[in-house]
Design a protein around this ligand. Structure first.
Ligand code: MG
Length: 269
């Protein structure tokens, strides 16, 4: 099931998106979004007798993390190498504030403090229930679904600060969407799902989730051994190699097979 959050000009609603996704990650023309009575994270999936053509709905970030977005650094060996880093011996965690989250089609703002703003296309895991100390073999029980993220990073500030908070924490630095797919399984990603990033239509990242250093159950176990996870919290699983700069006016698309495509443009505030 694909759970979206959307507006048609009124208050935002949650909905279930129907229809096929083509190989470019775009939904078919006849896709519709069926409205739901409330946030399915809290009230379950209750369909309303109300539906809209998908092109008539503006999709919003499919989840508003109640407390945090947990990023994982250097989780693909080739990306660690391109940054001149070794692969960590345990997952390298950082936090992005929930105020960094924006939705599909929303602008990513280029802050004046940076001269080196990078895209990082990533698979995102959405947590479905409050949990702590989750063993890897139970990770599936606490996962609500999967979506796509761009872990936008001010690379120069990351190097200069030696910490990730400012470099990854600006408003609009965490585009999420276009929806949450609830039917996939961690094993699917372990087997390998293609993650691609396009900059103005050109492929700049082309990786496979099979190349993650730490798989999804291991990440859920590791993060939840440190901090309690709440419904709607998000774990970003790291980026494949090929990160690079974006400029104002650029369009960035992150596509993950079976999930769809997340598109955002870079803008000045
Ligand atoms: Mg990242």
């Amino acid at each position: 099931m694909r759970i979206a959050r959307f507006t048609t000009g009124e208050d935002p609603l949650y909905g279930v998106v129907t229809g096929e996704i083509d190989e470019l990650g775009q939904p078919s023309e006849d896709s519709v979004v069926v409205a739901l009575a409330g946030d399915p994270l809290y009230v379950g999936v209750k369909l309303l007798d109300q539906q809209f053509r998908l092109p008539d709905a503006r999709l919003l970030a499919p989840v508003l993390p109640r407390s945090k977005v947990v990023g994982i650094g250097r989780n693909y060996a080739a990306h660690a190498a391109e940054m001149g880093n070794d692969v960590p011996t345990e997952p390298l965690m950082f936090l992005k504030p929930n105020t960094s989250v924006v939705g599909p089609g929303d602008p990513v703002f280029y802050p004046p403090q940076t001269q080196d703003l990078h895209y990082e296309g990533e698979l995102a895991v959405v947590i479905g229930r409050i949990c702590r100390d989750v063993p890897a073999e139970k990770a599936t029980d606490v996962i609500h679904g999967y979506t796509i993220a761009n872990d936008v990073t001010a690379r120069d500030l990351q190097r200069r600060d030696g910490h990730f908070t400012r470099a990854k924490g600006f408003d609009s630095f965490c585009p999420l969407g276009p929806w949450i797919e609830t039917d996939l399984d961690p094993q699917t990603f372990k087997d390998g799902v293609r993650v691609q990033t396009f900059l103005n239509g050109e492929v700049v990242q082309d990786g496979s989730t099979a190349d993650m250093v730490f798989d999804i159950p291991a990440l859920v176990a590791h993060v939840s051994s440190t901090m309690t996870l709440l419904p709607g919290d998000v774990i970003l699983t790291g980026t494949p190699e090929g990160v690079g700069p974006m400029e104002v006016g650029d369009e960035v698309e992150v596509s993950i097979d079976g999930l769809g495509t997340l598109t955002n443009k870079v803008a000045t505030r």
